[in-house]
Ligand binder design. Structure first.
Ligand SMILES: Cc1ncc(COP(=O)(O)O)c(C=O)c1O
Length: 481
């Protein structure tokens, strides 16, 4: 019997809400169930307090890009603690931060001129907002105070980033606190859901470009600071790439009116999609003026995020104030920067992006084979399997299935994806489930995300698919009403 069954009192996630039998917790958890406690970890395997060993197929939250406990990284972190454990960046800089900044600039191949380090993705996106505003403040365009982002986006959990992004369920408790004056939204770029049947891809992109241009006109083109998008959408709709030419079209509107083109690559960047920056693959050459990265930068060894800035933005600030007017205590932390340098060195020296592309092909072909074969009971309900490199999603559609299959609901009104996530954990697999990414209201849609470490092996990839399919089919058999 598993830890979840022992303590079962099924909740909206289909897992245990009760803490009976477990040690009491003083943590106010983020889940309706009690998350099992991890006691040790090695690569992609995590040992739980109850004795089980699980395989992490999603790198926490698309974070662990080389797994746990890599000796090069732990050594670099220990050495750094022994050398300089902390200095405050308004007084002193430090060597790993300087070195990491040079490395990050070099990854842009001319796109970037400077870098700012922060402690995570939300902080990176907050810094993006403030740097973008500071740029126009310093260049004497004080009237620029509007950001345009997209519906069904996610840019973080601070009040600023929640206001910037738009997902109704995530905003709901805080909506009265969110700034609606300076943050505006246009349609998502999600062709499979929102492209009209009579439209070509080109026409769809043109409709979205026109909508952005209309929004600029409505707000006053010279009041817009910038347009912000996740290069590939992550936590709302699940690994949704932009249609071809979309990012170039959106950037052309920004360029036309002197606004900034801003990409959030907190989840999609730092190698997750098989190239260091997601725009290298999905951007059609649309290089951002500002870009946020985080998760894969420190790979989970350190809490770190970064903002990458173009020459235009850097010069605008350097040639006036000369410094960034925003910051936090743990910015450019020496241990976080040393850890990130070591993570990036492992990814580069072991050619892990090539491995992630190869394993990604295997993962997707196994998923397609198992889920879309006519023998699979799930086949009529598979809406899409999409991704690249070490980042994939399977989206299900139970309200409007294919062919003669009948629409389905699950016991207790549960989300299929959430039930599968719980079942996978029982069987020793960590994946991530999302609900509400398929319509603008955020009430429809079930998808499962896979984001294994870039050094995942063939055997691990096969095991991930095996447990996932077994779990999904079991939920399908047992929980349909
Ligand atoms: C695109 C994007 N931006 C920002 C964030 C926020 O990052 P963090 O959770 O590190 O604050 C996330 C987190 O998932 C994300 O996916």
């Amino acid at each position: 019997m598993t830890i979840l069954q022992e303590n079962s009192s099924t909740t909206s996630a289909g897992a245990s809400a009760s803490s009976g039998g477990l040690n009491p917790t003083s943590i106010l958890h983020r889940t309706t169930w009690r998350p099992p406690v991890a006691v040790s970890a090695d690569g992609m395997y995590i040992q739980l307090e109850d004795g089980r060993r699980v395989i992490d197929a999603v790198g926490g939250a698309a974070v662990s890009c080389i797994g746990n406990g890599h000796p090069d990284v732990t050594k670099a972190m220990k050495d750094q603690i022994d050398t300089v454990s902390y200095v405050y960046n308004m007084q002193l800089s430090n060597k790993p931060a300087e070195e990491l900044a040079k490395y990050m600039v070099s990854t842009g191949k001319g796109a970037f001129e400077s870098v700012v380090f922060v402690s995570g993705g939300s902080e990176a996106m907050e810094a993006v907002l403030k740097l973008a505003r500071q740029y126009f403040y310093e260049t004497k365009q004080h009237q620029r105070s509007n950001f345009i982002a997209r519906q069904l986006s996610f840019h973080g959990n601070t009040l600023g980033t929640l206001a910037l992004a738009y997902h109704p369920a995530r905003r709901a408790p805080y909506v009265d606190l969110l700034n609606k004056t300076n943050f505006h939204h246009v349609s998502p770029a999600y062709a499979k859901r929102f492209q009209k049947p009579e439209e070509t891809e080109e026409e769809y992109v043109e409709r979205l470009r026109q909508e952005l241009e209309d929004k600029f006109q409505e707000l006053g083109p010279d009041t817009v600071i910038g347009f912000v998008a996740e290069t590939v959408v992550g936590a709302t709709s699940g690994v949704v790439p932009p249609p071809k030419g979309y990012l170039t079209a959106m950037k052309s509107v920004c360029d036309k009116y002197g606004a900034l083109f801003i990409l959030d690559e907190v989840m999609s960047g730092m190698g997750r999609l098989g190239t260091t920056h997601a725009w290298e693959t999905f951007g059609d050459g649309a290089i951002p003026d500002l870009q946020a990265v985080a998760k894969g930068l420190g790979g989970g060894y350190a809490t770190i995020g970064a903002v990458l800035m173009s020459k235009r933005v850097t010069d605008g600030i350097r040639d006036s104030a000369g410094f960034m007017k925003h910051g936090h205590t743990y910015q450019a932390h020496p241990v976080s920067c040393a850890a990130s340098l070591a993570v990036q060195s492992v990814v580069d020296s072991q050619n892990l992006l090539a491995n992630s592309l190869e394993q990604g092909e295997l993962l997707s072909s196994l998923l397609r084979t198992k889920l879309t074969t006519p023998n699979s009971p799930l086949s009529p309900y598979v809406f899409d399997i999409r991704g690249r490199g070490a980042w994939w999603a399977v989206e299900f559609e139970f309200a409007e299935p294919k062919g003669d299959a009948k629409p389905l609901q699950f016991k207790g009104g549960e989300s299929f994806a959430m039930l599968v996530q719980a079942k996978c954990l029982e069987k020793g697999l960590v994946i991530m489930a999302f609900h509400g990414g398929a319509n603008l209201e955020g009430t429809k849609g079930d998808h499962i995300m896979f984001s294994p470490a870039y050094n995942v092996t063939k055997e691990q990839t096969e095991k991930i698919v095996e447990i996932f399919i077994e779990s999904a089919e079991e939920v399908f058999r047992e929980d349909v009403i």
